[in-house]
Design a protein around this ligand. Structure first.
Ligand code: TYM
Length: 326
């Protein structure tokens, strides 16, 4: 069976960008692959955090994964930090990664612009840990949003280099990005991607936002003065909203355009707000249920870590042997 690995950083809460760009695809692929979906808590340590808030947010993330409908029987759902092999492989791969490669990473550049007072070594080597996440499980496919492309290509390059130096050790991972929705934009600045850490909260819809907040954010979203619901680069705001509509209502972009031909933005935004609220309703109900059942959550992540560690250790045995560790 082919293997999928993907993950999200447990900071704050999941956004509509995470959901459409990644998790909708995770769900679509879970039938045909052995999937590992991790909460990459170690990656989140690259940003300063409050331990108590962070811990809560990690547990909440697990409940959010489950509330999105990911099946914990079929998939392996776990915390990255619970499987020690991630950190071990991270070190070994970092000795097989060049500074030049890391210097080219655009996310590092963006993040160090944003966190000028905390440009730590972890932020820099972040993509190596990500490569370890992927290669540890002999992953074939990595479903992510467009912003992760460079990191997945690096993981692949590191795997090729390692295999050439020591003999075939890792599967080469391919990226999987959706044709539509791989880059959901901010509702306030449609030239930037929607992000958990945007200082303007009106630009980002969080899956846990109340219905009122969702409606307000949608209605206030920045569009243009054309007042025509068409999907084109010249109208980035409306293009983004059409994308969201088409992904949540599961219809094509053309169908959305046809449906709203001759209708203005007001009608369209009102309908879209309703669609977002409706599609998140089951998520919210399930989230509440999971959050009130902490024992269930503990059971899921313990079992997930066990299953993941078993696969990870198999890979690590091979790696240690190949590089000559006694
Ligand atoms: P993170 O936590 O930023 O995002 C989780 C997933 O959501 C996607 N995504 C988006 N897709 C479309 N539009 C957006 N506006 C948007 N924002 C986020 C991301 O592309 C991602 O798929 N480095 C990763 C986490 C990670 C990982 C891995 C991913 C660590 N190890 C191994 C895959 C494989 C990250 O920070 O994602």
């Amino acid at each position: 069976e082919k293997v999928i690995f993907s993950g999200a950083q447990p900071t704050g809460s999941l956004t509509l960008g995470n959901y459409i760009g990644a998790i909708q695809n995770w769900k679509a692929l879970e039938q045909d692959y052995q999937c590992l979906y991790s909460i990459v808590d170690l990656h989140s340590l690259t940003i300063r955090h409050d331990p108590k808030v962070f811990r809560e947010s990690c547990l909440s993330f697990l409940a959010q994964y489950l509330a999105c409908g990911l099946d914990p029987e079929r998939n392996i759902i776990f915390f990255q930090s619970h499987v020690r092999q991630h950190a071990e492989l991270n070190w070994i791969l970092s000795c097989n990664t060049y500074l030049g490669e890391l210097n080219r990473m655009t996310q590092f550049k963006e993040k160090s612009e944003k966190h000028k007072d905390n440009i730590n070594a972890g932020l820099y080597t972040y993509p190596v840990l990500q490569a370890a996440d992927i290669l540890l499980y002999q992953t074939n496919l990595v479903p992510v949003g467009e912003d992760q492309r460079q990191h997945i290509e690096l993981a692949r390059d590191i795997a090729i280099r390692f295999n050439n130096a020591y003999g075939k050790t890792f599967e080469l991972p391919d990226i999987y990005v959706g044709k539509v929705g791989a880059r959901i934009m901010s509702l306030q600045e449609p030239e930037n991607k929607m992000s958990k850490s945007d200082s303007n909260v009106n630009g980002t819809i969080f899956l846990l936002d109340s219905n009122d907040v969702i409606v307000k954010k949608m209605k206030r979203s920045v569009t243009d003065s054309e007042n025509t619901v068409v999907y084109r680069d010249e109208q980035p705001g409306i293009k983004n909203l059409i994308t969201i509509y088409s992904k949540l209502a599961e219809c094509s972009v053309q169908e959305v355009e046809e449906k709203y031909a001759g209708k203005g933005y007001g009608t369209f935004k009102g309908d879209l707000a309703e669609i977002v609220v409706e599609s998140l309703k089951p998520f919210k109900d399930k989230y509440e249920a999971y959050m009130t059942d902490p024992d269930y959550i503990v059971g899921i992540y313990r079992r997930g870590a066990e299953r993941a560690a078993e696969i990870a250790e198999k890979t690590m045995k091979g790696v240690r042997e190949k590089i000559g560790l006694v």
